[in-house]
Unconditional design. Structure first.
Length: 261
């Protein structure tokens, strides 16, 4: 079985992707273009760390950032599903339907629901928080999440951020703790200490050279030793490394690899 694994696409399909003899495509999240979203996020991160009041974005600016990511995500998926069925997890660019509903209410503008749209698209499955198995292989996936430990490392005890992360943190800890061995673990986050060091130029200076990966994912890999751990998120961490018998592959931004199972 040939599986085409592709890293964070951010609205652009890489040149030279194989289109024949591919049985399945797996995607690490961050599918859509996020130029507006990234600008809004990092401007306020830097303002906050510089002791400057955060900028208040207008409802229209928030809508435009959302729609840029949503429309480009759908375009990417429409193109790729012509090659093979797709399994994906959400990155931090994708908005779950609950989050979309909250944003829509906040800005008083109706927004499309990505989760609902994906369910209507033949050959596409979000496997975030799920495990799938057949006679040839097994795979489990988990979408982007924030560990409390990450907040403590990067936000330096910012109480509001810390509290907002706790619910997702505990859910992820429980999920990875219960997950049985699979051939492939597909995540947006990389494992802690493995291809996860932050060195991207636009990130705040005090984030540089810090490890941004997941300790829960790392512990799972060490305990269960899946054949592959496929991730993205930290683009500058792109590469391959062995953790015991597991090959960890951070596909970075738009890199791809064919897995033969």
């Amino acid at each position: 079985m040939k599986i085409l694994a592709i890293g964070d696409l951010h609205g652009k399909i890489p040149k030279g992707l194989p289109e024949k003899d591919i049985d399945l495509i797996i995607l690490t999240g961050d599918l859509g273009k996020a130029d507006l979203m990234r600008k809004m996020c990092f401007e306020n991160v830097n303002r906050k760390k510089g002791g400057i009041e955060e900028r208040v974005w207008t409802p229209l600016q928030k809508k435009n950032a959302f729609i840029q990511a949503y429309d480009s995500t759908i375009k990417i998926l429409e193109r790729l599903r012509k090659t093979a069925p797709i399994y994906l997890v959400y990155g931090n660019v994708e908005s779950g339907d609950k989050k979309t509903k909250e944003l829509s209410k906040e800005i008083k503008i109706k927004l499309p629901f990505l989760g609902k749209k994906l369910k209507s698209m033949k050959g596409i499955l979000n496997i975030g928080g799920k495990k799938k198995s057949n006679a040839k292989f097994s795979i489990a996936g988990y979408s982007y999440f924030v560990e409390t430990d990450w907040v403590e490392r990067f936000e330096k005890n910012d109480d509001e951020s810390l509290l907002s992360s706790v619910k997702g943190d505990l859910k992820a800890k429980k999920w990875f703790g219960k997950l049985k061995k699979v051939d492939i673990i597909l995540t947006h986050n990389p494992p802690y200490g493995v291809l996860d060091k932050v060195n991207f130029p636009s990130t705040p200076k005090d984030w540089q050279n810090k490890k941004a990966g997941s300790k829960y994912l790392l512990n799972y890999i060490k305990r269960k030793q899946p054949r592959y751990a496929i991730c993205g998120h930290i683009h500058e961490g792109a590469g391959e490394r062995m953790v015991g018998k597991t090959k960890v592959i951070n596909l970075g931004c738009g890199n791809w690899k064919v897995l033969d199972l």
